[in-house]
Design a protein around this ligand. Structure first.
Ligand code: PLP
Length: 227
């Protein structure tokens, strides 16, 4: 446990330092980028350690895993959960109940269910955009963003604050840059301030292109255990 603890604190410190350098290069204040520690498939005990090292925002992909970890860590009242994976309407109740933000909104039926179930402060939402038209990925084509945005704006309990993307996997972070830039341009056209983009593979490039939230797992926690 002792070794894990310092590994997590070290991973976190390294990522924070890299974010600070990227912000400096881009001429941006360091607090303009929110770090979301993606903890999917890692045990709740590890999240507790990361929280102990000062991290407050955590990302989870699977609604039931989010529910289980949120109730197990319910004593950490300043911890914010970000639901970052695709969601089905029948699991929306868990996200509505436990999440602070939802980064993968791409369906009106899911938005309606989240709205119906949400109590308390509005759920902060990002529309997920499938920029490269990858059939295997979720997200809507850029041309449908405005229509979905207007429809979601009619719903109570949800606040659309930005756009999210997950570019095609690549070994070179530079290959993500045109996608990040396209997301920024689309968000600008829609007058949305939030840009959730960048993972372990490419978060520094994302920051250079205007990311306001980066979703980083492996660089903080190490490799994920198999599903
Ligand atoms: C898993 C995941 C991440 C984090 O990926 P890492 O490569 O571990 O940093 C970020 N965003 C989404 C949507 C994910 O599913």
């Amino acid at each position: 446990m002792e070794a894990d603890l310092s590994a997590i604190a070290e991973g976190l410190a390294t990522v924070r330092a890299r974010i600070a350098s990227a912000c400096a290069r881009a001429g941006r204040p360091v607090d303009s980028v929110q770090l979301i520690a993606v903890s999917k498939l890692h045990p709740a005990a590890l999240i507790r350690q990361c929280h102990g090292a000062g991290q407050r925002d955590f990302g989870e992909n699977y609604a039931q895993e989010l529910r289980d970890k949120a109730s197990e860590l319910g004593d950490l009242s300043d911890l914010h959960w970000h639901s970052i994976g695709p969601l089905q309407a029948n699991k929306a109740k868990y996200v509505a109940r436990w999440a602070h933000a939802f980064h993968a909104l791409d369906r009106l039926d899911v938005a309606r269910e989240l709205s119906r179930r949400r109590q308390g402060p509005p759920l902060q939402c990002y529309l997920e955009i499938n920029l490269a038209g990858e059939a295997s990925k979720s997200g809507i084509p850029p041309g449908q963003a405005e229509t979905l945005l207007e429809a979601v704006r009619q719903l109570s309990g949800l606040e659309v604050i930005g756009l999210m993307c997950l570019p095609p996997m690549a070994t070179d972070p530079e290959s993500s840059r045109p996608h990040f830039r396209a997301l920024r341009e689309l968000a600008g056209a829609l007058r949305l301030p939030g840009l959730s983009m960048g993972t372990t593979a490419d978060f520094e490039v994302a920051i250079e292109e205007g990311a306001t939230a980066v979703r980083v797992g492996t660089a903080i926690f190490g490799e994920r255990p198999p599903e």
